[in-house]
Ligand binder design. Structure first.
Ligand code: GLV
Length: 302
């Protein structure tokens, strides 16, 4: 079975499986030959240069298994007959941990203290605190649940919002009413037509003064100009692991906006994710070979 994998590690993880022939394609070098015979594609973390063109030539594709939770680069271009599966669960630990660290860093003003340290200045002052805060998780899925588990012990109130309301989780329609009470708003929604630009000026205006927006989802979910305006006013603060565009170009107003901590889309880029990813690739390929139902199949309801 012709399989394109993103790295030698993934090829190694699949090497014990019968009938699996792996070609490594990390999207940077020349494409391996035989694209028309590829049955399984595990694309690299950073999408290859021409995803639609690559998929259009994969005429034998049956399974596209991403190493990411987000599948927006692939979903619109999936060839007929192929199933798309994401890496749900793989980045829960890394991303949840990043979100906790990022919200604490902003609230406890670590970036400002780091700047002062570099200047050799002892800038004693009181800061905010995470304790007693209301943390609103927008897009409560497996990463949100992992975040909630990690927040247990910080003495916060967690409010959950997902696309559809369910027991203990508010629906998106309730979001405008929930925003004014949140001290921290964590974005974990997938990038879809429905979420593009959803954090616009009106959304931000409903957030309380001094609140922190934490984006561990996708940059395109936030109207960057509207966020920059709020940051410049000093009314809101933010921690962003994702921006639109990425990489954030030199001179972009976000770089110099006050009260924002920016990391370069690293929340899930850790050994924890790598270990979980290899386990998932092995189990999915085992299922695919056996004709068993796959995990994490992306449906229209994604
Ligand atoms: C990372 O950004 C992911 O989608 O998993």
């Amino acid at each position: 079975m012709e399989t394109w994998v993103p790295s030698g590690e993934v090829a190694e993880a699949l090497s014990a499986l019968p009938d699996v022939r792996c070609s490594v394609y990390d999207g940077t070098g020349p494409e391996p030959g035989g694209i028309e015979d590829v049955e399984v594609w595990i694309p690299p973390l950073i999408p290859v240069p021409d995803v639609p063109g690559t998929l259009a030539r994969m005429r034998s594709l049956r399974l596209l298994q991403t190493v990411t939770a987000g599948v927006e680069a692939y979903r619109p271009h999936l060839p007929e007959g192929a199933v798309l599966c994401n890496a749900r669960g793989v980045h829960d630990a890394g991303t949840a941990e990043w979100a906790v660290g990022a919200m604490i860093a902003v609230i406890r003003e670590f970036p400002g203290f780091t700047d002062a340290q570099r200047r050799g200045e002892w800038t004693y002052h009181h800061t905010g605190v995470l304790a007693d805060a209301t943390v609103l998780i927008v897009g409560y899925g497996s990463i949100g649940a992992a975040l909630e588990r990690r927040l247990d012990g910080f003495e916060v109130e967690v409010v959950r919002v997902a696309r559809r309301a369910r027991e203990g989780v508010h629906g998106m329609a309730e979001l405008p009413a929930l925003l004014p009470a949140a001290d921290v708003v964590v974005l974990l929604v997938p990038a879809t037509e429905a979420t593009a630009g959803m954090v616009d000026a009106a959304f931000l205006a409903r957030m309380k003064d001094g609140a922190v927006l934490v984006n561990a989802a996708r940059g395109g979910i936030v109207d960057t100009d509207a966020l920059v305006a709020e940051l410049k006013d000093g009314r809101l603060r933010a921690a962003l692991d994702v921006t639109a565009p990425e990489p954030l170009p030199e001179g972009h107003p976000l770089w110099s906006a006050p009260g924002v901590l920016i990391t370069p889309h690293v929340a899930g880029s850790t050994p924890a994710s790598a270990r979980r990813m290899l386990r998932l690739m092995r189990s999915q390929m085992t299922r695919h070979l056996a004709g068993d139902p796959l995990d994490n199949v992306i449906t229209d309801a994604y």
